[in-house]
Design a protein around this ligand. Sequence first.
Ligand SMILES: C[S@@+](CC[C@H](N)C(=O)[O-])C[C@H]1O[C@@H](n2cnc3c(N)ncnc32)[C@H](O)[C@@H]1O
Length: 256
Amino acid sequence: MRTHEQTVQSQFDPRAQAYLTSAVHSAGPDLERAKALAAQAGLSTAQALDIGCGGGHLSFALAPYVARMVALDPSAGMLATVAKAASARALSGIEVRQGNAESLPFADGSFQLVCTRYSAHHWTRLEESVREVGRVLAPGGHALVIDTLGHDDALVDTFIQSIELLRDPSHVRNRSRAEWRSLLQSAELLEIEHAEWPTHLEFASWVERMQTPADRVAVIRSLQEGAPREVREALAIEPDGSFNLRTGLFWFRRPA
Ligand SMILES: C[S@@+](CC[C@H](N)C(=O)[O-])C[C@H]1O[C@@H](n2cnc3c(N)ncnc32)[C@H](O)[C@@H]1O
């Protein structure tokens, strides 16, 4: 019987290349906004940390705006892919490090920017992880969280979490906007900006990226086909199973 951490590694280690080339991950309005925020914040001398770097797209986007970017992930496969891609892109300020969000292997106040994108829905102890973000941030430092969101409506939310888990056993929970705000505030971080966008998930590539077994794909499709109108409309479910989630961006700051 394996632990959640072992499930994460077995899900992501063999799929690093798929995440490097994924259209959903390699571009998006959230990445553009993240670059603009980093530019406005004047982080050119900053030490930065990207938690759950995956295929490295947030690290690659923000590395030109900071002095050093540490790309952290529990998956050795992801880290090897990011190191190779950073070198191919001549991004010399990126270093890779193995670790997880629940126990960050860094001293207090080590970073002026801590960021994470499309990873926190895999974290098991989110309250602890957000406290860790606050701990490793230097006073005055910025926190940037980007993730797919849960839904305020319980019916829609249960549906989202169910199909996510069927697709990927390393899924823990997409948090709502309200949950994120309260978590970040409880770590004594102050909100500067929040933004949201719809993220379109094309069904075939969504399950292909995670190599979801055919029997689980069939259950997801059957859940979608039987979904009530409220769920179909909220997620804009299409005849081929493609649908929309919302991506939320949270830009917070530790008081100086
Ligand atoms: C979808 S990928 C991240 C995408 C990437 N950040 C980007 O911008 O394209 C999710 C990553 O979260 C990592 N992850 C899962 N659980 C984690 C944890 N507890 N702490 C840190 N990273 C974790 C996985 O190994 C995986 O590489």
